[in-house]
Design a protein around this ligand. Structure first.
Ligand SMILES: Nc1ncnc2c1ncn2[C@@H]1O[C@H](COP(=O)(O)OP(=O)(O)OP(=O)(O)O)[C@@H](O)[C@H]1O
Ligand SMILES: [Mg+2]
Ligand SMILES: [Zn+2]
Length: 420
């Protein structure tokens, strides 16, 4: 048997197999049940979250032969279902908007639209990346959308809904696909891993799911890579060296270096990340996510849809976060966010990374605003006491009876126990 990549092999064939887009499946199923078929659907959302998959299931639902009319439960085995699944149905056409973006392509489409379907009830045109069409092509398309033949259904898919003219949008039923949370991706990958008997620890699925940034397809490609690179059982640490995705270990190491003011280890860790060829932008956005999660977790928020970490990782995050005040974490977050922005224009990512992380290290050395305020209130308390005891400071020199000035005291804040 030939090897099939996971994303293709595991493409959902029914509405209820498409995870995390239930809000869409449910509405579409209900409208099929009620016999309300639209002539134009628009699926928008990030890449790899099920738009094309949903379009194909809808095409099957409209044309499945197991019922007399459109059904919310396509059988998957009739001639129409099989042809649509395999992609050779005459009546269900997938058109790539990026490579057929001109007026001529749409003119040709408009001529074909009028011909009745050969084997199916509905001719379905799935136009992917529809935002790539030219203005003229959109205008031509609009004419068809204004008076679509009874037997035609358009399904447009796009990652950039804002690039689609309002005139087109207003003629479509619009559905917004969501990014898939880490926990949901991990659960789905676990099912695949079990069914395929892959040797990979569940903990290793977390860095994979996080690196996929909400895309199920990306998570499945990363899983394929991990499986093909390794012959033994893949553990969490392996995810880093095999895939160039960062495990939590690296971030926790960095946080520990900052907490312990260990410059050498910090620079070492950065060197390791760069040498492994890890995507720096991704690394930093992962770090930002870690800081955010620590702050939320310390605030008592551990909702799975909000925090993309396993229970075990959450306890590791708690331990690392325990070395910081919320104020320090907030400063670290700010530096990391600036770093993330700066990296876009950077020609030397290593330097940006080193400088930003060294700045974070200094946070631990600087007195916090809270500790300064506390000290200052102590000083003013002392001054009040002195005044009350009839020993006012000299108005001109600011000297107190013991010879020290307020300025001396503030200086001591920065050179005394706070800094050392
Ligand atoms: N919601 C989902 N549930 C289960 N599997 C999914 C889901 N979304 C994506 N996948 C997996 O990813 C593969 C690709 O998904 P699909 O082609 O539907 O993504 P897409 O949203 O159309 O992406 P693009 O914008 O890049 O075209 C599917 O074959 C399937 O294996
Ligand atoms: Mg697609
Ligand atoms: Zn069928």
């Amino acid at each position: 048997m030939t090897y099939q990549v996971t994303a293709r092999k595991w493409r959902p064939q029914k509405f209820d197999e498409i995870v995390f887009q239930d809000h869409i499946s449910k509405t579409i199923r209900n409208s099929i049940k009620a016999g309300r078929i639209s002539h134009a659907y628009l699926f928008s959302g990030p890449r790899g979250v099920g738009k094309t998959t949903m379009a194909r299931v809808l095409a099957k639902a409209l044309n499945c032969l197991s019922a007399d009319g459109p059904t919310e439960d396509p059988c998957g085995t009739c001639e129409n279902c099989v042809e649509i699944k395999e992609g050779y149905s005459f009546d269900v056409m997938e058109i790539d908007g990026a490579s057929n973006r001109g007026i001529d392509n749409i003119r040709e489409l408009r001529e074909n639209v009028n011909l009745a379907p050969i084997k199916t009830r509905f001719k379905v045109y799935i136009i992917d990346e529809v935002h790539m069409l030219t203005k003229e092509a959109f205008n031509a398309l609009l004419k068809t959308l204004e008076e679509p033949p009874e037997h035609v259904v358009f399904i447009f898919a796009t990652t950039e809904i804002h690039r689609i003219p309002e005139t087109i949008l207003s003629r479509c039923q619009k559905y917004l696909f969501k990014k898939i949370p880490v926990e949901t991706i991990v659960a789905h990958l676990s099912k695949i891993v079990e069914a395929e008997s892959y040797k990979i620890d569940k903990e290793a699925l977390y860095p994979i799911a996080r690196a996929a940034e909400g895309s199920m397809r990306d998570s499945q490609s990363l899983l394929d890579q991990a499986i093909s690179f390794s012959d033994g059982t893949i553990k969490e640490e392996d995810a880093l060296s095999i895939l160039g995705v960062t495990t939590l270990f690296s971030y926790i190491d960095i946080l520990n270096c900052i907490a312990e003011y260990d410059r050498v280890k910090l620079i070492d860790e950065i060197d390791r990340v760069i040498t492994l060829g890890i995507d720096v932008q991704r690394y930093v956005s992962g770090f930002i996510d870690v800081i955010r999660s620590i702050r939320l977790i310390s605030g008592g928020i551990t909702l799975k849809d909000i925090i993309g970490f396993s229970d075990e990782e959450i306890s590791r995050l708690k331990a690392a976060g325990g070395k910081y005040t919320d104020e320090e974490l907030s400063l670290i977050f700010k530096i990391a966010s600036e770093l993330e922005g700066g990296l876009r224009f950077s020609t030397n990512e290593r330097i940006n990374l080193e400088m930003a992380f060294l700045d974070m290290l200094n946070i631990k050395k600087s007195p916090s605003v809270a500790s300064i305020l506390k000290k200052l209130s102590g000083i003013s308390g002392n001054m009040d006491n002195n005044i009350a005891a009839g020993a006012p400071q000299d108005q001109k020199t600011g000297q107190k009876p013991d010879g020290s000035s307020v300025e001396d005291n503030i200086k001591s804040l920065f050179h005394g126990e706070v800094i050392e």
